[in-house]
Design a protein around this ligand. Sequence first.
Ligand code: ADP
Ligand code: MG
Length: 615
Amino acid sequence: MNRGAFRSWIIGLLVVLAMVALLTTFMNGQPSPQSGLTLSDLARDIKAGKVQQITVAGDDLRVRYTTNPQQERITRKEHSIDLTETMRRLGVTDAQLVAVKLEVVAPSFWTNWGPLIGSILPVLLLGGFIFLMMRQAQGGNNQAMSFGKSRARMFGGDKPTVTFVDVAGVEEAKHELAEVVEFLKEPEKFIALGARIPKGVLMVGPPGCGKTLMAKAVAGEAGVPFFSISGSEFVEMFVGVGASRVRDLFEQAKRHSPCIIFVDEIDAVGRHRGAGLGGSHDEREQTLNQILVEMDGFDTDTNVIIIAATNRPDILDPALLRPGRFDRRVIIDRPDKQGRRHILDVHVRGKPLDRTVNLDTVAKLTVGFSGADLENLVNEAAILAARRNAKAINMKDITEAVEKVTAGPERKSRVISPQDKRIIAVYEAGQAIVRHALPNCDPVHKISIVARGMNEGYVTSRPEEDRTMTPKAKFEDEIAARLGGRAAEELSFGDVTVRAHDDLERATKFARMMVTQFGMSEALGPIMFGEKDELVFLGREIGEQRNYSEAVAQRIDREVQRIVNEGYERARSVLTAQREQLNALANLLLERETVDSNEFEALFDQQPQAGMAAA
Ligand code: ADP
Ligand code: MG
């Protein structure tokens, strides 16, 4: 505890002590109601004619006796019943009463309010104490009242600091977000056509690729205020604070509408509910629920759009992703060669470059770099140039900076060697070609050899229609496609690498599911094998209980093996037949890093030409 906080503790303590002291002296200075004289004693004395005068002050009675008129004895009557009535009940006749001189005076302040103050004061003191403690826990002076207030920082919409020009290499994402900008600028246009304005946009992508930058650019383009908060800022030590902060944030946003709320790293609060061990009512969950409630509570004419960013979309609660919430997903991926070139262009603005510098070459050198890495690279190069007292950055500065950034401790993506790059290209090409050839695979959408998350390279395919009733043939084709990468490696290099690991795992899993869960194996028939154990606590399956014999287990294994092997053979025969396309695609990937569906389809349109570059 720091010195300031310690001092206010002491002051608080002193105030309390002073009040207690004051209270006790006050009480002592006052007549104590119990002084030995009871009401029946009084009645007896009146009957005996010993009482000269009674002064009534509220409920207090001061009694003077004829025997000793100088001394007052004190007692209390019952509240709400007056004295004559009380005495009559105790058998005092009216005649006897008349003999006593009755005097009524205004009750003193203390007799009126004393009991009340006495009962309220401790409560007040306690309240004050708790208040002080809260203040200390907050560690600040004026934060006690703003405990449940959101911590969002607001950036005004009047002077755009970042625009789309500053974000490079993510053209698809820009295109999708341009729509959001239009919504914010001219909502009437969309409302007139009865269109529902999207409420939430989820930006997904690896760190450093420009998610935060992109959100700022959207606000800058639309010229609206921008509230920025990080998911972890909602959650505090005290329960209920997160939810109250969410409420406050949305209140503020509605007041500034149209505007953008940006929740960075939303996975901190948006994690799958019921997946933790903290029971169902933990703080994070309440916060998430509040976000969902607020998003549902928006009227269609509130022009508040929520943009959230995460690099773990897989752990988000499904409720966040359904329509009416974060129903738009924008992928912000690591840039490919062309993208890197554009990002470099953005960051060399205002930095003098030597004639030796060729940014295309730099883009080629920096496979796997994210936008943040490239920014860092340019900065390092500028520092190197300044240190040699040069007027401009030259190519040597840049290559040195590449080494520096690559070797640096914070390097997350690594540079891939040419051999590895070739293997990745062949692998991905193989998978894409098998997918293309088999009738039940989804069409190939994009092929890339740029690192994404943990694995370098990927083929994305998108289903043409929704099918939840997956037929057996589709499983078989999917398994063959997964094994296409390995088959391509084997065909091209005569050897295989660890590259296939993930796909082998998937293919085997599919094959096992076909046999044990969907009854798709003729040898074993339509039987489900194994019972799933579910741990309610974790909300996840944790294992499988075997309910079949060892002999059946062996047959299952054999069936799985057969399915996988057949898939592999099919992949091989496809690739052997389309060897030219495989080589052409691999070369295209090596050159361009990403190939989209049009370029991919074009490979199959042209007649295979003799002498096309061999892998
Ligand atoms: P994220 O939020 O995805 O982790 P940021 O948006 O914070 O990444 O990016 C960090 C920095 O890297 C940005 O401030 C910017 O200078 C640079 N940067 C990242 N991506 C890009 C890009 N696509 N274009 C230009 N600069 C970028
Ligand atoms: Mg960020």
